[in-house]
Every structure is written in C-alpha cells, then in structure tokens.
Design a protein around this ligand. Structure first.
Ligand code: ZN
Length: 830
C-alpha cells in the first residue's frame, strides 16, 4: 500500500516537473495547466485522513500537500505571501475552475475596479464588470493554533474542490475564486503539533502547550487587523485589502468544549454603528444557510445569534466589514486538540452565554441541542467542511448580487453627502514631535488600503478635536456619553507637510471606526451587572498612538486649488520626518534608552499575552532585554544580572504558583514560588528597579506589603466596569518619568487598576483625570476612577518600584504611553 502510494506520487511529480521545473508556489505558466487525472488525496500523501482522532499534520506537511495539489491540479494555484514571525512560509491556495485559474490577473483587476468605483466611469462598464467577475471568497483556518482542526480540514476542502465533478462543485468552481489560507499562523501550527506529538499517550495528552502559540501575540494574533503589528497580519492584509478584495471572508475558529457544538452568524449585539446594515443582513443569510445545511446533514447543537458581536474592529472576520465585505465566523466546540473529549450532561446544562440560556435547552436560535457524549475532531472537520461548502455555494449562486452589493457600498461611501458640522476628513498636523507614532499611524492606514494624502501647500480649514462628553444623566454611574466636535468658527491654517485622510473614499467606514471615539452602549444584565462585550470597547487609533488627529469640518480651498500627494508607503512619511527608512524586516526605530541598562522581562509557563506584547514593543524599539524564567527568579542575586526587572500584567497568584494543579510535566508547573518573591524583594532592596504593569502590581503591593491599595479591588461590575477603553490621565511634569511628555495622555484601561495611598514616600506620577475620564469605549462608574493614582513610583531599600495601574503597552498599540516605560527604565541608569 505504502509502496503504491509512493509510486503514484513519484509518477505525477515526474509528470509535473518535466515540463516546469521552476514552478513551486509561483504563477502557474499557462502551458502547464493540463488536466492530470490523478490528484492525490491528503491521506495518500500524509498517511492518515486529516482530522481523524489523534493525528496531526504540521506546517511542513500541510504546505507540502498544497504544493502537491498545486502541481497535480489545474484548479489549484499556491502562492507564498511572505514569511511568518519565525520565518515559516505563509501560503494561500487559489482554487477555482481551470479557465479562471488561467485568468487570475484579469479577475484581480476586476475586483480592484469594483473596490474603487471611481475607476468605473459608466454604468455599462460597471455592468460588464459585474457580469464578468467572480465572487471572491477567502477562507482562513486556525489563526488560533490550539483551534487546530480547521488547518487539517483545509487539505480535505482543497482536495474535494480539486477533484469533485458534481453539479454544485462545478458551479462553485465556475463562479467563485477561493483564497484558501490553511493558517495565517504557521508558527503556531508547529508549536501545537510538536507539543501534541510529545503529549500523546501521556497524562497531559490533548492539553494546550505551556507557551504562547504566536511568538509575540498568542491568542491576540487575532486582535491586530487594524494595527498590523505582526508580519502575518501585514502579509494577509495586503493580499485581501490591497490586491483581491474578497466579497466574503470566512474565519474558522473553535470555542470551549462544553457549550454549543457550532456557532455561526447572525451575530449578537451590539453592532458597530459603522457597519453597513446590508453586510449584517448578508452575514445573517449566509449563517442561516450554513446552519440549515448542518441541520439537514444531521448535526446537532448549532447556535446562532449569540455571544459573538460585531462591535470591535480588530479580528480577521471583523475587519472585512470596514472594507465593504461580509465577515463570517464559525466556532466549533473544541476537542482536546486532536484527542476526543468527553462532555457530560451537567457541563452542557451549566454552559450558558449571551444569547444562550444553556447548551441543553432548545430555543429558536438553538433548536436542536446536542446530547452529551464523545466529541471528536473529525466531527469538527465535517461541520467545517459543510460550512465552507455552504458559503461557497451561496457565493456561486448569487454571484452578481455579491459583486453588485460590494460595488454599491464603495460607491455610497464615496458619494455620501455629509451634513454640515460633520467631519469631512481627519488631519494629522505637521510638527507634532511624535514622529515615530505619526509614521506608524500613517503606515498602518496605507497598509490596510486607506488613502492618506500629504498637503504640499498649506490649507485653510475649520476643525476641532473630537471628544466624548458626558450627557446629563440622573445616575452618575450610568452617565452616557456622546461625541462632540469642539469646532472653532474661525478658519485656521494647516501647514504644508501635514497629512489628511478624507472620508470620501471607499473605506469611509474604516476611517470613521479608526478615528472616531467609540461610544459603547450601556448594556446591563437584568441584575444590573455590566454585560461583557466580546472584546474591547474602544480602540481609537490616533488616541492610542498619542497623535492629535482633529476632524476637519470644512476646507476653504477648492478641490483644484489643493496640492495633495497620495502616499504609497510608510517610507514616504519616514522620509518626510527624517526618520531612518525601513529597508528590511528589522525595525529601524532607534533605541529610546541611551544608557546601557540590563533588563529582564518576566516570562512564566502560563502563556501570557501581555508578556509577549511587551517583548514585541521592546524588539520594535530595539531595546535589548532577556526573558527571565521561573528557575532564574528562584536563584538568588538577581542584581548580578539585571538593573531593571519588568513584570508584565499577570495575576500575582499565577506568577507565584504557575500551573500548580495541572498534570503538565513538572518543569512547566510551578511559578516563581516563595523563593522567587523573596529574591525579587532582595533585588529591589539592594538597588534594583522593578517595573510592573496592571495586574502584576498586586504581587508587589501584597507580598512587599506596600502602603498602596487598589481602590477597584472587589467592586461589582454594577458599580464599576471598564472593559478595554481609552481613558485620560494627567501627569506630574516634575517627575523625571513624565518630564518629556504632555500634561495629559490617553492611556489604555482594560479591567485595570487604580491606586490610593497616604504615604508621602509614594510619588504620584500620573492620576486618572479629574473629569471627562473616558476618551473612547465604555466606562461605568466614572466616579470610582476620577483622580485616583494611575502611575506611582516609590523607593524600596536602595532600589525603587514603578507601578503602572493601566496597560502602557497594550497589544503593541498604545504608543502614547510607551515613553513612560522608557523613562522609567532610563532614570535607573547611573
Ligand atoms: Zn479562536
């Protein structure tokens, strides 16, 4: 059997390589595309059926299978998009009918014209594009690597589309072009595959690996789609939003084991106000089609209209809404990696979420609960295959509707009349003295396809910063907010060299969602507790970066009098600002810490995303550091190796105890322990500096018995709640840590901390604002935060402690507050 398989592979490899020795992940030469009848199945290449119990294909096996398909099938073309953070190839497989694969460039050009209706001059031209184009669908698998099944499923999906001859598949191939991404996080596939293989047959089989499955971001690799910090997001954003503009994007995930078996849209509330309703309706339609297909095929436990909302903007399936595309998410219940899980009736009864009272109770949006028992990876695979086919089949049947809707959304965004007093553009004025942050902001915008212009002449505008103001409310705690523009009546001059982002562009909604403050609706449960949003509530990009970006309400110069240059890449901005250019993958940013300081960043065995993002920020700014593991903290004399130790946000108990009760091997279990706490104390007493972020402050406060309390400790969410919002802090400019900065800054608060003290030894560097604390997002119970300590410093023996109540480096996005970290470290240097 094995020999026969090898012979077959050898045969078609020979056939394909004879004519075309150079073709590997490249453009398929026209003459090469001939029908080869033997397209090898995943099983014939891997030796197992992908998705079956206790099997796993790693990244080289997956990419190898796709290269096999690329060679064997005239319906498949595989391209490399670039390299991952740890240098693995990122790939996409284009799958369509032979004649479409031969004409990919033509279809890409059609998509680019439909994406920008300014390139379409007549109704006839529009109708021709719609009549000729194909629905472009992107399917992305296992961005979250422990949600591993979809990456395995992708090979099966590709094989079926490459070989099936039935009417439905033929229609799909003829009318759609599929961009199949087996995983946008190849590094994570290998982290999980290596760990899983090691765990097979041990007591910890199927447990998650004791590290982040993305080098920097872990699970937050799907929180980056408007910021584009990561190589993976950059490369795929280019493919999707600068080249191919898919009408439908399907992001395949898994959720916890004990709830519904499969979630599919419609989504839950609240919707983001900048999503066009037609997209929400189309997401609902596609979701219901998939749910009905799954039901017909005999699968149970399918849930719609629950948990997952469309408020926030940074996910693989949420970014498409702001590019006029439909974003679909599915969340299958997880097995234990590739090992079957057992789910009890009790677990199902206890499982509930927004929109689902219990996983055991039938409701209209959950009409057929699943019965408890064994839950297999192969079931997840089969459900995901049905979902993928359901989406592709709609995309094929309603091809012209999808293309027309997509075009019309772009057209409306360009032509929409803006009432006077509302923004027509946002401005990034020249001379802000935040050059790296300006370059980052403009660079991220350009990379996601937002048009940014440089003013080559000065301009006269009326404008004002957009701020949130509390509206009158009977309850202080429940005060709601509205966004107002502090507009000036006088016309002001904007200097040449400023940047301007007009709203009249196909991505109008993206610009609004990035530049406006978010006003999350007050959503409370029946008992008055805050109803938790799916992700964060506020993310306004210029605020996070600390870049003033006022709204422009009107411009005096006529369109023909303006002198504007459309920017093509971040380096143009870097050149304007005399910053070193990006010439390679390495970051050109200059280390902001002049002195030599030995820095340790604590890294435990519980994968901590805040730790990963801390490394990301230090690497991006070229600040050298070492990762400090538990074993090292447990050894005495930390001062011999470090001047500064950083504790990223993590609960004190996790730092001290690690994974105490897990059945992981001993080496991954404990935390720093009592010995580690005592060594950290010695480190500070004998002259070291400890800088801690948010939750980690608890370790110092409790274990070092500091005269500081976290005033938010123990508050109910009915009294105080702030789940990922931008708040205002005021700085004491007399402190060396704040000296170089403005007197107020936007800071990121995500269920964070606020301190009080009566001890004069504690030096207050920043407080939450006295009023108008919220800048963007959701803040319930503002009175609890007002004027409390946000950042403090205190001597400890011969050393010092710096306590950040908020997250100064959240997800690598909050550049506004990064200088506070650099300054905390710099003043340590002797
Ligand atoms: Zn996920």
């Amino acid at each position: 059997m094995v020999r026969y398989r090898l012979l077959l592979i050898g045969l078609y490899t020979f056939l394909t390589f004879v004519g075309h020795p150079s073709a590997f992940f490249g453009q398929k030469p026209v003459e090469r595309v001939t029908r080869i009848s033997v397209v090898p199945s995943p099983k014939s290449v891997l030796g197992f059926e992908p998705g079956d119990d206790r099997t796993i294909a790693d990244w080289s096996q997956i990419t190898n299978y796709f290269s096999v398909l690329d060679k064997a099938s005239d319906r498949v073309l595989v391209q490399e998009l670039g390299r991952s953070t740890l240098k693995r190839p990122l790939i996409v497989a284009f799958i369509s009918a032979r004649e479409n694969i031969l004409a990919l460039d033509k279809y890409k050009d059609i998509q680019q014209q439909l994406a920008d209706p300014r390139r379409v001059s007549t109704a006839l031209q529009r109708d021709r594009l719609i009549a000729t184009g194909k629905t472009v669908v992107a399917i992305s698998c296992s961005i979250h690597s422990t949600e591993i099944v979809a990456s395995q499923m992708s090979m099966r999906l590709a094989y079926e589309l490459a070989t099936a001859q039935d009417t439905e598949t033929t229609e799909i191939l003829r009318n759609t072009i599929l961009l199949l991404i087996p995983s946008p996080n190849p590094d994570g596939i290998d982290i999980v595959a290596d760990w899983y293989r090691k765990s097979l047959g041990t007591p910890y089989e199927g447990r998650e690996p004791p590290e982040l499955y993305h080098h920097y971001a872990g699970h937050d690799d799907n929180r980056d789609w408007f910021m584009l910090n990561l190589r993976e997001t950059k490369a795929i954003t280019k493919l999707l939003w600068r080249e191919w503009f898919p009408e439908i994007v399907y992001d395949v995930h898994q959720q916890g084991s004990n709830g519904s078996r499969f979630f599919i849209p419609p989504f839950f509330d609240p919707p983001n106000p900048n999503i066009d309703p037609v997209l929400l309706r189309q997401a609902g339609l596609i979701g219901h089609k998939v749910a009905a297909d799954l039901q017909s095929a005999g699968f149970k436990g399918v849930l719609t209209n629950a948990l997952y909302d469309t408020w926030w903007h940074g996910g693989f399936r949420t970014a498409p809404y702001f590019h006029n595309s439909i974003g679909i998410l599915s969340e299958a219940a997880s097995a234990q990696l590739m090992t079957p899980a057992t789910v009890t009736s009790e677990q199902l009864v206890r499982s509930n979420t927004r929109g689902m009272r219990s996983a055991a109770e039938a409701t209209t949006n959950f009409p057929d609960p699943w019965s408890p028992g064994t839950w297999r990876p192969s079931t997840i695979r089969d459900m995901e295959l049905i979902a993928s086919r359901g989406i592709l089949s709609l995309a094929a049947k309603y091809r012209s509707t999808y293309l027309r809707n997509f075009y019309e959304l772009g057209r409306r965004n360009i032509e929409e009349t803006i009432p006077s007093g509302q923004p027509i553009a946002y401005l990034i004025p020249a001379g802000l003295s935040r050059d790296e942050a300006v370059a980052k902001l403009v660079g991220s915008l350009i990379e996601q396809g937002v048009e940014v212009f440089r003013l080559d002449n000065e301009l006269h505008v009326s404008y004002g910063p957009q701020i949130l103001q509390r509206t009158n409310s009977t309850s202080e705690k429940l005060g709601t907010y509205r966004s107002i523009i502090a507009s000036t009546t006088s016309v002001q001059e904007v200097p040449a060299g400023s940047y301007i982002v007009f709203l009249a562009q196909p991505q109008r909604k993206n610009v609004l969602a990035l530049f406006e403050p978010q006003i999350y609706p007050n959503r409370l449960t029946g008992t008055g507790e805050a109803e938790r949003p799916y992700d964060v509530a506020g993310w306004t990009l210029p605020l996070q970066l600390g870049v003033e970006a006022p709204a422009i309400l009107s411009i005096r110069e006529s369109g023909t009098e303006r002198k504007l240059t459309l920017l093509k890449e971040e380096n143009e901005v870097r050149a304007d600002l005399a910053l070193p250019l990006r010439t390679s993958e390495a970051s050109p940013i200059k280390n902001p810490i002049r002195q030599s300081v030995r820095i340790g960043i604590y890294k435990g065995w519980i994968g901590n995303m805040d730790e990963g993002w801390t490394r990301y920020v230090f690497d991006s700014f070229n600040v050298p550091y070492s990762s400090l593991r538990d074993s090292e903290v447990k050894q005495a004399n930390l001062n011999s190796k470090y001047d500064v130790i950083i504790l990223p946000s993590q609960r004190s108990r996790e730092i001290i105890e690690g994974n105490p009760n897990s059945n992981l091997p001993e080496q991954y279990r404990g935390g720093i322990g009592e010995a580690g706490v005592s060594n950290l104390k010695d480190f500070a007493t004998t002259g070291g500096t400890i800088v801690c972020f948010d939750a980690a402050c608890e370790l110092l406060i409790k274990q070092f018995k500091l005269p500081i309390t976290n005033v938010l400790d123990g508050l109910k969410s009915s009294d105080f709640y702030c789940p990922g919002s931008i708040v205002s802090i005021s700085l004491d400019s007399k402190s060396p840590i704040a000296a170089t900065l403005p007197s107020t800054l936007p800071a990121y608060f995500i269920n964070s901390s606020a301190f009080s003290t009566t001890d004069p030894a504690v030096r207050v560097i920043a407080r939450y604002a006295k009023d108008n604390v919220l800048r963007s997002g959701w803040l319930l119970g503002e009175d609890k935060l007002r004027n409390q300590i946000a950042l403090a410093e205190m001597p400890f023996g011969k050393g010092r402690l710096v306590l950040f109540g908020f997250r100064p480096q959240h997800r690598g996005q909050t550049w506004a507050t990064l200088p506070l970290i650099w300054n905390s470290i710099s003043i340590t240097a002797k």
